[in-house]
Design a binder for this molecule. Structure first.
Ligand SMILES: Nc1nc2c(c(=O)[nH]1)N[C@H]1C(S)=C(S)[C@@H](COP(=O)(O)O)O[C@H]1N2
Ligand SMILES: [Mo]
Length: 356
């Protein structure tokens, strides 16, 4: 992977940023992100798929390989789950030295109602062989990354793939999946970072040794250099985000707020456990106060929070941070890593409070 030489965004990063958009932070107001406002990340091209001829191949180390059409998948039991999805690269562009990739600030997140059929019964019907250790999920999209040509593919350990909440989804927010979100079928693995949720599925293959594809084995590791193997990225670390209050300056995005009571609001989530605490700071992280936390909007989705701020004239840096029940806390600045993944350092919003 190439790294940026300086702080300025390169044309190559801009090219990616213009294709892959984030959630406008004001859309954090919605429990479920309206379609079109959910973030998007596509490594290569969005494949053009004819749903009438599309098929899913389930095979490899199984006793009964099977080919399923979209109609057959829709005839199976359906389940809808509200899931918060976040890209592992969220926060990348805020790192001092960064990998040349999608330059997210902090907006690569969204919550959707995904409808599909659970994966486990399909694998059980196919009959996993005793030596199956992982399930590989293959997309239809091909490209070159890290100088290696490949289809977008990721794997999961058998025990993770068999979890009840893992879905093969064909609908989002009650609508058929649109092309950009993986039509006609994608994987949903609640709690895991975005790269796991393979879009445009064409094959699900049980394998008897750990999968070594580029997106699995090389990408998505927390490591300090290209030579190091590192630690694989799995579940989403806690993060809180605030809806920027008041109104913005067009270019700098500095916020302008009238003096007086001001409700600060936002969302917080973690893929490890429920969010237990959200705190807010108005002095650049020197002091923190507890925000009021609402129950999550779904078992695998974010919680809303609010905080009554008494805005007095002056200039402020507002921040928020989340802690989950598994003891993961959000750092003010996350530790640097080579791929620019899992950067859950706190959000900072510049606010000018004016006399009324
Ligand atoms: N086939 C395929 N699946 C994919 C990707 C991709 O490029 N190709 N990108 C992954 C990444 S990195 C993320 S963050 C999520 C984004 O899902 P969304 O675009 O529906 O929000 O899809 C994942 N699934
Ligand atoms: Mo991602």
């Amino acid at each position: 992977m190439k790294t940026a030489a300086g702080p300025a965004i390169t044309l190559e990063e801009l090219q990616l940023a213009a294709r892959n958009h984030g959630l406008p932070l004001e859309a954090l107001r919605h429990d479920v992100t309206p379609l079109g406002l959910h973030y998007l990340l596509t490594h290569f091209d969005i494949p053009h798929v004819d749903e009438r001829t599309w098929k899913l191949e389930v095979g490899g180390r199984v006793d009964h390989p099977v080919t399923l059409t979209l109609d057959q998948l829709k005839e199976r039991p359906a389940r809808t789950l509200t899931v918060t999805l976040e890209c592992a690269g969220n926060g990348r562009a805020l790192l001092a030295r960064r990998a040349l990739s999608q330059p997210w600030l902090q907006e690569a997140v969204g919550t959707a109602e995904w409808t599909g059929t659970p994966l486990a019964p399909i694998l059980n019907d196919a009959g996993l062989a005793e030596d199956a250790v992982e399930i590989v999920f293959t997309g239809l999209d091909r490209g070159i990354q890290g100088e290696v040509e490949h289809l977008y593919e990721r794997s999961l350990a058998v025990a993770e793939a068999l979890r009840d909440e893992v879905l093969l989804a064909y609908a989002i927010n009650g609508q058929p999946l649109p092309p950009q979100h993986g039509a006609p079928l994608r994987l949903i693995v609640p709690g895991w970072y975005g790269m796991t949720h393979v879009k445009w599925l064409q094959a699900i293959t049980a394998v008897d040794e750990p999968f070594r594809g580029w997106q699995q084995d090389v990408a998505y590791h927390v490591r300090e250099s290209e030579e190091e193997q590192g630690r694989p990225v799995t579940r989403i670390l806690p993060r809180a985000l605030m809806i920027p209050p008041g109104f913005p300056d067009f270019l700098a995005r500095t916020r302008f707020v009238e003096a007086g009571p001001c409700t600060l609001e936002g969302r917080a989530w973690s893929g490890w456990a429920a969010v237990e605490r959200v705190e807010v700071s108005s002095d650049g992280g020197q002091s923190w106060a507890d925000a009021e936390l609402r129950p999550p909007v779904g078992e695998f989705a974010w919680s809303g929070w609010s905080y009554a701020w008494k805005a007095e004239p002056g200039e402020y840096e507002l921040s928020c941070r989340a802690t989950d029940a598994a003891g993961h806390a959000q750092p003010s600045v996350a530790e640097w890593n080579y791929d620019g993944v899992c950067n859950n350092g706190v959000q900072r919003i510049r606010v000018v409070v004016r006399e009324t």
